[in-house]
Design a protein around this ligand. Structure first.
Ligand code: HEC
Ligand code: HEC
Ligand code: HEC
Length: 424
């Protein structure tokens, strides 16, 4: 027998082993701690982090109780419904110990050991530190519980088999730890941490492969999500006006920037949460993103974008007529809205993007104010314009407000956008 067995190492080792086993499999079986064990400071911190991570946006159904789940998410494999993360002991987080919760967010494993679908962005949450995840747990465990069983998913085979996620994970899920960049400011590194971890910005802004995994070699290079295009947030940014930290801050905080445009589609729900997140964190995000976008063509001092009104009317006469009737009353110089200091459309990024997706979606679905009734509003034209008319007006917007070549396949882009819908 080794001498070690006679020393107090044994109970310590046994305890460590028991803990490790608990963390691997049975951690969920530990009862969750009573709510009064969480400190007010921890709960407050968790509340702030939950906004940055948009837990509520994804985990709340339209008209449902906050965090009780049931919101449908579209994926290439069908519809998946979010789950109840209120502290309910039968159907919610009441079944999770702190360890089981951290394992779920970091490794995508449910309280009972089942795999979680990557529609839950644990490939990002894996980069969050224990303290932040613990604070999220404290916050969620002190919300009002709701007995809300899951809505069954509508997934196609083999995605309908939960166990198949293990194969997906073996192929694509290899998270590391967050690495700060030496020599950069604290704000830059805080922003980098938030973007990569809880902010999960790459879930939309990074391209995805055919199995819907992020192409981690192309971080923030632009991706498609929920029928919208989330443009690149690095040197590839197609923005026609440079993004400075002040401009990014204004956009993320209020959903609108005077030198660009308004947050549209799924970015609207991100902004709704960021509007209430800690100011210092939103500043950190802005410093980091503005640095990433620094070498973009716009930032290198390209000329202010021009309004090619005459050429566009000649090139796209049908689109020009529709625009005059449906859009000019708001968007042309002299319109009441423009006199309030709104940006002309050549400052907005969508007309510059290499695909028509966002211009088409904005025309079809309009814009709802992201941060309050006084925010920017644009009506939806899905009910008044035909597919061909949407394509014509989008072609005109491209010709008038950008220097780039006409979009190809506009008709099919419009048909696709109509099929997929798009949250305003
Ligand atoms: C982009 C949408 C999205 C966001 C943002 C999101 N989740 Fe989820 N989450 C999901 C989906 C979808 C599922 C269901 C996955 C499944 O059934 O395999 C899920 C499942 C979970 C589960 C497992 C529930 C169970 O027992 O079935 C937990 C715990 C969880 N999320 C916590 C969080 C927390 C905490 C946050 C914020 C830090 C968060 N989620 C943010 C989409 C999201
Ligand atoms: C659910 C998908 C989604 C997530 C998550 C998301 N975005 Fe976006 N984002 C979009 C879409 C779609 C657009 C383009 C729509 C528009 O014109 O506003 C966009 C636009 C932007 C823009 C404007 C870029 C430009 O040049 O006009 C910025 C900046 C931005 N997002 C930052 C972020 C940050 C920071 C995060 C993480 C905290 C984030 N986004 C997370 C979908 C998303
Ligand atoms: C009632 C006023 C109104 C009408 C009508 C209107 N818009 Fe808008 N549009 C807005 C507002 C407000 C914004 C947000 C930017 C701003 O506040 O300047 C916007 C933004 C946009 C954007 C940029 C979106 C983004 O994500 O950056 C495009 C493109 C656009 N509109 C195209 C059109 C087209 C094409 C039409 C006609 C089919 C049209 N708009 C009609 C008010 C309007």
């Amino acid at each position: 027998m080794s001498p070690a067995w006679n020393t107090p190492v044994l109970p310590a080792a046994a305890a460590a082993l028991a803990l490790a086993l608990a963390a691997c499999a049975g951690g969920a079986r530990l009862p969750p701690p009573p709510p009064q064990t969480f400190s007010a400071a921890e709960i407050e911190k968790g509340a702030e982090l939950a906004k940055l991570a948009d837990c509520q946006g994804c985990h709340t159904a339209d008209g449902g109780q906050a965090f009780a789940g049931g919101r449908p998410l579209n994926s290439p494999f069908g519809t998946i419904y979010t789950r109840n993360i209120t502290p309910d002991p039968r159907t919610g987080l009441g079944r999770y110990s702190r360890e089981a919760f951290i394992r779920a967010l970091r490794r995508g494993v449910r309280f009972d050991g089942a795999e979680l679908y990557p529609a839950m962005p644990y490939d990002h949450f894996a980069y969050a530190d224990d303290e932040d995840l613990g604070a999220l747990y404290a916050y969620l465990m002190t919300r009002r519980p709701k007995d809300q069983p899951p809505t069954p998913n509508k997934l196609i085979p083999p995605a309908n088999i939960r166990g198949a996620v293990a194969i997906w994970k073996a192929l694509f899920f290899h998270p590391g730890r967050f690495q700060p960049t030496p020599g950069r400011s604290a704000a830059f590194n805080r922003g980098a941490y938030l973007v990569q971890s809880l902010g999960h910005c790459g879930a939309c802004h990074t391209p995805h492969n055919f199995l819907d995994a992020e192409e981690t070699s192309k971080p923030l290079q632009g991706g498609v999500q929920e029928g919208w295009y989330a443009p690149p947030l690095n040197a590839l940014s197609p923005a026609s006006v440079p993004w400075t930290p002040e401009h990014v801050y204004s956009f993320l905080r209020t959903g609108f920037d005077r030198d660009h445009s308004a947050a549209a589609g799924p970015m609207g729900s991100v902004v709704r949460e960021l509007a209430r997140a800690p100011e210092a964190d939103v500043r950190a995000l802005s410093v980091y993103l503005a640095t990433l976008m620094q070498p973009s063509p716009a930032a290198k001092g390209a000329a202010r974008p021009a309004d090619h009104v005459a050429q566009a009317a000649a090139a796209q006469p049908a689109g020009a007529r529709l625009y005059a009737g449906a859009c000019a009353a708001c968007h042309d110089a002299g319109a009441a809205m423009m006199r309030e200091g709104r940006p002309p459309l050549q400052f907005a990024t969508p007309p510059q993007e290499d695909r028509p997706t966002d211009v088409v979606q904005v025309i079809l679905h309009g814009l709802q104010p992201a941060t309050g009734p006084r925010g920017p509003y644009m009506p939806a034209f899905a009910g008044t314009l035909s597919d061909a008319q949407v394509a014509d007006v989008a072609a005109y917007v491209r010709a008038r407000y950008s220097d780039r070549p006409p979009w190809k396949d506009l008709a099919s882009a419009v048909a696709k956008a109509r099929r997929q819908g798009g949250e305003g």
